[in-house]
Design a protein around this ligand. Structure first.
Ligand SMILES: O=c1[nH]cnc2c1ncn2[C@@H]1O[C@H](CO)[C@@H](O)[C@H]1O
Ligand SMILES: [Zn+2]
Length: 361
């Protein structure tokens, strides 16, 4: 896997990338947070973009998911009007295009954006407007879809699931639950997941990040999740012996056998304490064991990251080459909540030629 010459940041940036796990309210530009806070009169912990960015990163660097999530109070507070939501969505697309992302599913919780009087439906419309503007300005270099998240400690998942179904042909590709994991098992929202299954709708579940195997097991075997948000704790069901041999427990074997995609977010996991460093992150083992691993950003603001940074970190820690990055990217595109023919078209017409062009240099 170690190539003769290590990939440079600029090569990785130019490589086509696919992003399945990115939070809209975790990816704002610091200057935008400042502008929107000034407009709505929200008080922030810092007054210039550099200090504000440092505040988000330092506060998120807490070693705990619960404290990591507290930083979202400030981003969510400034995303309460249609123009604010559209601006954040448009800039998100611009930033992903600059990062070399060719397909993205961006998630957020509509129920958190109704404090200014918008209905959840108006929230989704405002975000879609921003995505459409960003995609049009990028001249078709990216395809973007929304994932609607319900907060796992709240009780609005059924309503948000219905919203996802009502928007499914207008830019929403699926559904998710997020928020503090411990004490809020996915089965609390079983009615929403059962409804989505009856509707032939797609969903992923944040599971196995701050809590272990029971959460992953419920997400897959009770709720029917098509993908796992993070899923890092699946390593608790894998034994690596001193002689290097590996044994998978039944759940880990099921996840690998069924090719259940893992939406892995290495830098975010280091901040929340789910992993201690990139080199020690379970993504190394899971990649070696050929789980369906995908690489993601989670929260570009709080983790001061991009897809290029995430992949560069993996290249540095594990010696990955262009073929490995292509493997992560095709894994992700195969796992997208987009119709099969559209996934195939992006793989054949964008991803494969993009990597071939880079390899030929
Ligand atoms: O890594 C994560 N784990 C669990 N929840 C998260 C993570 N990142 C963000 N959110 C939560 O998802 C909401 C909607 O986007 C955010 O407001 C945040 O509370
Ligand atoms: Zn997440």
């Amino acid at each position: 896997m170690r190539s003769m010459t290590t990939l440079t940041r600029s090569e990785i940036r130019r490589a086509p990338k696919v992003l399945l796990h990115d939070h809209l309210d975790g990816g704002l530009r610091p200057q935008t947070v400042l502008d929107l806070a000034a407009e709505c009169g929200h008080e922030l912990p810092a007054a210039d973009p550099a200090s504000l960015e440092a505040w988000f990163v330092d506060s998120a660097d807490s070693g705990s998911l619960v404290r990591y999530l507290e930083t979202f109070d400030h981003t969510v507070a400034v995303m309460q009007t249609a123009p604010a939501l559209s601006r954040v969505a448009r800039e998100c697309v611009e930033d992903l295009v600059a990062d070399g992302v060719v397909y993205a599913e961006v998630r957020y919780a509509p129920e958190q954006h109704v404090n200014g009087g918008l209905t959840p439906d108006e929230v989704v419309a405002a975000v879609q407007r921003g995505f459409d503007e960003g995609v049009a300005a990028a001249g078709g270099r990216i395809v973007v879809r929304q994932l609607l998240t319900a907060m796992r400690h709240q009780a609005r998942s059924m309503e948000i699931a219905e919203l996802a179904v009502s928007w499914r042909d207008r830019g929403v590709a699926g559904f998710d639950i997020a928020g503090a994991e411990a004490g809020h098992p996915p089965t609390r929202h079983l009615d929403a997941f059962e409804y989505l299954r009856r509707e032939n709708a797609h969903f992923t579940i944040h599971a196995g990040e701050a809590f272990g195997l029971p959460s992953i097991w419920e997400a897959i075997q009770w709720c029917g999740a098509a993908r796992l948000g993070h899923g890092v704790r699946i390593v608790d069901d894998i034994t690596v012996r001193d002689d290097g041999s590996v044994e998978l427990g039944r759940l880990a074997a099921f996840v690998r056998d069924r090719r259940i995609p893992l939406e892995m977010c290495p830098r975010s996991n280091i901040q929340t304490g789910a992993a201690s460093s990139i080199a020690e992150h379970p993504i190394g083992l899971l990649t070696r064991l050929r789980f369906r691993v995908t690489v993601n950003t989670d929260n570009r603001l709080m983790s001061r990251t991009t897809m290029t940074d995430e992949m560069l970190g993996l290249v540095e820690a594990f010696g990955h080459d262009l073929d490995d990055l292509r493997w992560f990217t095709i894994n992700a595109m195969k796992s997208a909540f987009l119709p099969f023919d559209e996934r195939l078209a992006i793989i054949d017409e964008v991803i494969k030629p993009g990597y071939a062009a880079l390899a030929a240099r």
